[in-house]
Design a protein around this ligand. Structure first.
Ligand SMILES: [Cu+2]
Length: 193
């Protein structure tokens, strides 16, 4: 089983066919755990159905800061699957040395790992990502259909309006806790929530 091309998903979103996409994602869920537990090779990615968001919008909110790193506009979309969710945010490095996001954890999931997503001509594929580099005086972005922190084996259902705590580990700046809103999936369609 494979996802339809990402381009087609975007057209569906444009047509307002979100329920069909969600149905496809739920159907996909049965193949998900095996691929993820194996930890080797790319696996189909349900979040490929989510439309791109733009770079951090004007009026971005700094949710946390540690050392030279700011965590901006973090969010977790309400997951289409009861087992996995994805964390997104923008990281700004105010320092003169590069840094990197190297790990994450949260009480709401048994594991949280960095993933990168790549277009493979057949929808989205994802692979583990060792570190997300944040250039000196630059930014790095976790955004739908691209890099993300995957939350696996959720301990309870995530609902819109809820706030979860994420602990983020940066190579240079160290560790910071950030409060992250859970936002409706519909908020992602057509723009930044
Ligand atoms: Cu992932």
């Amino acid at each position: 089983m494979s996802l339809e091309p990402l381009r087609r998903h975007r057209r569906w979103v444009a047509l307002g066919a979100l329920p069909a996409i969600l149905t496809a994602v739920v159907v996909l869920e049965w193949v998900w755990p095996a691929g993820h537990r194996a930890g080797a090779g790319p696996v189909d990615h349900p979040f490929a159905a989510v439309a791109d968001t733009s770079e951090a919008a004007a009026g971005a909110t700094v949710a946390a800061r540690v050392g030279d790193i700011e965590v901006i506009d973090p969010f977790v979309p309400v997951p289409a699957s009861p087992a996995v969710a994805a964390f997104y945010a923008t990281f700004r490095n105010l320092g003169a040395e590069p840094d990197a996001l190297v790990g994450a954890s949260t009480p709401v999931a048994a594991s949280a790992g960095l993933h990168q997503e790549m277009e493979d001509g057949n929808g989205g594929m994802m692979m583990p990502l060792a570190r997300l580099v944040i250039p000196a005086h630059g930014t790095a972005v976790l955004r739908p259909a691209h890099d993300h922190v995957m939350l696996e084996n959720l301990r309870s259902a995530l609902v819109s309006g809820q706030t979860i705590v994420m602990t983020l580990h940066f190579q240079r700046a160290g560790t910071v806790e950030v409060s992250v809103p859970v936002v409706p999936l519909s908020a992602l369609v057509g723009g930044t929530p």
